[in-house]
Design a protein around this ligand. Structure first.
Ligand SMILES: Cc1ncc(COP(=O)(O)O)c(C=O)c1O
Length: 385
């Protein structure tokens, strides 16, 4: 198998823990029934996997009632479900300028279709949102505040707990996009005042692609995005208004959930704090080594303290896409260049036309790999400066 140095963990984590590969393989070979559909033993085994995955994620996020956690394909589906399901005609929404297109685009569609009004709160120069500005943006029509937990371009960790307090004070729903935070940062929906939590399974949660979910606090009304067979109340032509089944029609990605369950168990055993400390260490080493390189511009805060394992940069005199291509083709270092599906973040940085190069480290990245990436970058920089 072709190897190389994988530093694109913000897109999707690689490798996964060995237990994740084994769990998917075992599920497909040995379990294999369709969950919530039958009472035979293979279906019951599948039910157990889905139930355990739901309970493990609820534990990880401090969710008291695991039936409030709906499984989806990814964060994109969860964010669509949250905003399309909860917002009504002419509602007002407060978001930050650090959001991913997975949230911004559905909101833009709702501007057209339901006259939803969106206020974008600008983050500070280092990429952190000030909760006071969020509070100032709230009006009597505001129905929801949305904030990314960690931005996927700069890696900056947002003051979610403080913004949650703002949402409570203003009595509006609080939606958090935890795509980059889940599995890497502590999340407690109660302590953080989160009403809607969107997450994806294939990034920090270390599971397979095609898995994700949305937590919906009791009392928050969200209409389902899709309808179909649920395995319950089949005699009714009306879809069941039951959590979570009413939001999960169709056959599950239960093999994916078996892998996600293994990923979450790995995280619980390892400890979220330890995982974040490791990412911070790798990121700090990388930042220390490339800071001051001639022609290299780093974006965001000057240190790795309040970031997940992401560093964004550009090399003067080279296109971001060329830097990424050279890193891969000549040195086997895999990073992502461009806008990272977050036009708002790049607009804020002034890189919306040329993009930038993102290095993102994961729990399994080694310091030797970081050093090799730095050496590769130095050689590319030396060739042009
Ligand atoms: C902050 C953020 N939100 C949403 C998403 C969308 O995740 P997915 O592609 O798994 O739906 C991503 C993925 O890059 C992300 O980084």
């Amino acid at each position: 198998m072709e190897t190389g140095i994988y530093l694109d963990n913000a897109a999707t984590t690689f490798p996964k823990p060995e237990v994740v590969y084994r769990a998917v393989d075992h599920y497909l070979r040995c379990c294999g029934g369709s969950p919530s559909r039958a009472s035979h033993r293979k279906a019951r085994e599948a039910d157990t996997v889905v139930l355990q995955a739901r309970q493990a994620l609820a534990r990880l996020f401090g969710i008291r009632d695991s039936t409030r956690l709906i499984f989806t394909c990814n964060s994109t589906e969860s964010l669509n479900l949250a905003v399309q399901g909860a917002l009504r005609e002419r509602d007002h929404v407060v978001v930050t300028d650090l959001e991913h297109n997975a949230l911004v685009r559905p909101l833009w569609r709702l501007r057209e279709s339901r006259g939803v009004r969106v206020t974008i709160v600008p983050s500070g120069p280092e990429g952190f949102v000030d909760p006071r500005l969020v509070e100032e943006a709230v009006t009597s029509d505001t129905r929801m505040i949305c904030c990314v937990h960690a931005n996927n371009v700069l890696g900056t960790i947002q003051p979610v707990e403080e913004i949650g307090r703002v949402a409570r004070r203003c009595e509006v729903a609080f939606l958090v996009d935890a795509s980059q935070g889940a599995g890497v940062l502590p999340i407690d929906v109660e302590a953080m005042g989160i009403d809607l939590l969107a997450f994806t399974g294939h990034k920090g949660l270390l599971g397979p692609p095609g898995t994700g979910g949305l937590y919906v606090r009791e009392g928050v009304v969200v209409q389902p995005l899709k309808h179909g067979g649920t395995g319950i109340s089949s005699e009714e032509l009306d879809p069941p208004d039951v959590m979570p089944e009413g939001y999960e029609p169709g056959t599950f990605n239960s093999a994916g959930l078996a892998g996600l369950l293994a990923g979450v168990r790995f995280i619980e055993e390892t400890g979220v704090d330890r995982i974040h400390a490791r990412e911070r260490e790798l990121n700090a080493r990388f930042m220390d080594r490339v800071r001051g390189l001639r022609g290299v511009r780093l974006y965001g805060p000057p240190d790795a303290e309040r970031k997940v394992g992401i560093t964004l940069l550009n090399v003067e005199g080279l296109e971001a896409a060329d830097v990424a291509r050279l890193l891969d083709r000549k040195f086997g270092v895999m990073v992502r260049a461009g806008l990272h599906c977050s036009a708002l973040s790049h607009r804020k940085l002034g890189t919306e036309h040329k993009g930038a190069v993102r290095f993102s480290f994961g729990y399994f990245t080694t310091l030797d790999q970081v050093e090799a990436a730095v050496d590769a970058l130095c050689r590319i920089v030396d060739a042009v400066h």
